[in-house]
Design a protein around this ligand. Structure first.
Ligand SMILES: Cc1cc2nc3c(=O)[nH]c(=O)nc-3n(C[C@H](O)[C@H](O)[C@H](O)COP(=O)(O)OP(=O)(O)OC[C@H]3O[C@@H](n4cnc5c(N)ncnc54)[C@H](O)[C@@H]3O)c2cc1C
Length: 491
């Protein structure tokens, strides 16, 4: 019997993951990717003697990648990664420095010692975060919110019984302020809102489950850098028979009697029984289906933060820094007001510095380090980036030089920049938003598009702009939910 054909649009992690799940369901799977490389936002580049991961730098929930190898029966082919002992180094503007260890007990000790919080308070906060993740988190992230069965089961019942303690009606910041006495601890735990590009002053306190991912499950580093995640999934997909066409932009989804029947590409029409869009949902409707009204609806969802990233090859080693480093701003509230209310660059941004050569020495020459320096930025709406980017660069250089005790600019050997406009043009992320729409409201999860289309039969969705949201783990979950839908349709 001839195999049914599935076509996937986009070879980001979500598109690659769904292709593996569909090939294992017995489909003949083809991916069309507009770029010349796979991985989408998860890519790498070389700048002289320095290698950089272009996008994600923090690897959490690795079991979601491992699962793809398990279900394919190729457990032994998964790539090597290590659990980090140290999660992040924090630098506060008043000179307080603090290293967050991965082990929960040690973290509690460190927060008690450096920030003066009661150990019991921190322990309880982390325990409640774990509970939230295991009840509501899993419920919302691993299942479809459009199925009644999601809300009618034992796990959901457990969540309803504890609804008052879950923090759906207060903001993450209010919850953290009510828990901790030191504003620095509040800032530290507010930061987790940015893990999906949201605002701690608006996002619900349920987000206090995110630290559990780092301190409960762990933060990891792939031995050959983040690129190994997308490369290894692509290799697995190809080994199972998935065909990946690069430099192959999809220009339309063809429908007949309300059913997706294939794709239009530069090379012509390609027929399919199932179409999975792993690209921006608003663009899928507006540009690929010509359904502008629905496209607009999803385009209007408030976007997550974007970013300005400077990739610097620095000809110097720094002892004070680790793999992940955060240099907090003085006024976090003002920073998020600028990002989300004014949609401007903050006067004083919090700086994230990632140095992968701390773990993978080949990423930089023996005298230097590869610095990935990122600040949050509002999603692009045509703001004055040409002035803001150099102005912010100066502020960032000044702060890093003060903290590290040398003139950073003088040590930069090579440099390139990624910013909201180039993020959009390179990955198709609207406004350069890193994580699709933000989670600033308690209804955000219900406003995201589902993993199937109610408008077009045989069309399914995965990726950072649909349920359950952005970030590598959620993009992988979306692929799993979309594949389950396809399976349930019995093609
Ligand atoms: C700078 C940065 C830092 C980040 N940091 C982290 C982090 O530390 N941890 C984390 O978990 N997440 C992080 N993220 C978010 C994470 O990268 C994304 O959520 C995730 O990679 C999204 O994967 P995706 O498959 O949904 O989409 P994408 O990676 O965007 O892939 C979509 C693909 O579709 C292709 N495409 C678009 N239109 C078409 C078309 N018409 N035809 C064919 N192909 C098309 C694109 O070229 C692209 O390859 C970060 C993102 C960025 C940009």
């Amino acid at each position: 019997m001839e195999k049914k054909k599935a076509i996937v649009i986009g070879a980001g992690v979500a598109g690659l993951a769904v292709s593996i799940r569909l090939v294992l369901q017995g489909f003949e799977v083809t991916i069309f990717e507009s770029n010349w490389y796979v991985g989408g936002k998860l890519s790498e580049f070389q700048l002289d003697k320095y290698r950089f991961d272009a996008g994600p730098s923090l690897f959490t929930m690795p079991h979601l990648v491992e699962e793809l190898f398990w279900i394919a029966g190729k457990k032994s082919e998964k790539f090597p990664f290590k659990k980090l002992d140290e999660v992040c180094r924090y630098f506060f503007p008043d000179g307080t420095k603090f290293i967050a260890p991965a082990e929960k007990e040690k973290l509690v000790e460190e927060i008690h010692f450096h920030l003066g919080e009661e150990k019991k308070v921190v322990e309880k906060y982390l325990e409640r975060g774990k509970f939230k993740y295991e009840t509501v988190g899993k419920l919302f992230l691993e299942r479809c919110l459009r199925k009644p069965s999601t809300f009618l089961n034992k796990q959901a019942l457990k969540a309803y019984l504890k609804i008052n303690t879950l923090g759906l009606s207060t903001s993450l910041n209010s919850y953290n302020e009510a828990t901790f006495k030191n504003p620095k601890t509040v800032q530290l735990f507010n930061r987790y809102a940015t893990y999906n590009g949201s605002d701690p002053y608006q996002t619900p306190a349920i987000m206090s489950m995110i630290p559990h991912l780092e301190f409960g499950i762990g933060a990891f580093f792939p031995e050959n850098g983040m690129i190994q995640i997308s490369e290894s999934i692509a290799k697995l997909a190809e080994s199972l028979g998935v065909v990946i066409h690069l430099n192959a932009k999809v220009s339309g989804i063809k429908t007949e009697n309300g059913k997706a029947i294939g794709l239009e590409t530069e090379k012509g029409f390609c027929k399919a029984d199932v179409v999975v869009s792993a690209v921006d949902v608003s663009q899928t409707y507006s540009k690929l289906l010509g359904m502008k009204g629905i496209g607009e609806k999803y385009l209007k969802l408030p976007k997550s933060t974007s970013a300005i990233i400077w990739y610097w090859g620095v000809k110097r080693k720094t002892e004070q820094t680790g793999l992940h480093n955060i240099f907090f701003s003085k006024d976090y509230k003002e920073e998020f007001q600028s990002l989300f209310k004014k949609k401007e660059m903050p006067n004083e941004p919090t700086i994230y510095l990632n140095i992968s050569s701390k773990e993978r020495i080949e990423d930089a020459p023996d005298y230097g380090e590869n610095w990935f320096v990122m600040v949050n930025a509002p999603a692009n709406e045509g703001q004055d980036w040409d002035n803001w980017i150099p102005a912010t660069r100066k502020i960032v250089l000044k702060r890093l030089s003060q903290e590290l005790g040398f003139d950073v600019e003088k040590e930069i050997e090579v440099e390139t920049t990624l910013e909201p406009r180039t993020l959009e043009s390179r990955t198709g992320a609207i406004g350069g938003a890193l994580y699709g729409s933000n989670s600033n409201s308690q209804f955000a999860a219900f406003l995201r598009h589902a993993n199937f289309s109610t408008e077009v039969k045989n069309l399914f969705f995965c990726g950072g702009t649909v349920h359950p949201g952005g970030g590598i783990p959620l993009a992988l979950q979306s692929a799993s939910i979309a594949a389950d839908y396809v399976k349930a349709c019995n093609f």
